[in-house]
Ligand binder design. Sequence first.
Ligand code: HEC
Length: 172
Amino acid sequence: MVQKLRSGEKAVLGIIAAVVLLLMARNFWSIETNHVKDEGIPYYSTASKDLSIKAMDIYRQNNCSDCHSLWAVRNMMQNVPAPILDGLGSLHSEDWFYRYFSAADPQSIIPSRLKKEYRMPSYQNLPDAERHILAQYMASLKVKDWYLEATRKAEYEKLTGKTYHDSSSSAQ
Ligand code: HEC
């Protein structure tokens, strides 16, 4: 049954329609102008397919994912608060990684706040070629500029357990 609306009801409906339109327009506007828009996954690798495959084989054989997360993969049975490896190639050079993996005592390069069994093990006994491949691959793990500071912050907080203060707001 079609009922005629009274003019008061028409006015109310008109106002509701106007508010809905305004909200839609506002949402549309903020999608267009949002400054923290979703820019996708910030991590990428510059490695060739060949290097990635070789490096990830070594990575698996040495159970790195027992402690670390990389490409969102880690061993869920383990719970070591080691740094996430994504993007670290924007923080260290290939040479640095090679020296770190080759060190008899990695904690002389990065001090640890963890119990001995959770600390980064020495990989000095891995064949030299494998340490080079790992280092080359780690150095290829980059992070886009807009997420660099967040990556630095996450790494610092994992390594020290302290709160990170933005480098732009602290005198260095
Ligand atoms: C037993 C746990 C464990 C395993 C296994 C392990 N790591 Fe680590 N790793 C750590 C911890 C914890 C740290 C942080 C330093 C520390 O506490 O010793 C670390 C640090 C690092 C860092 C430096 C991170 C930074 O923020 O600069 C890299 C790179 C790294 N590990 C790569 C690897 C690779 C590659 C493997 C496998 C070959 C591996 N790790 C295996 C626990 C582990």
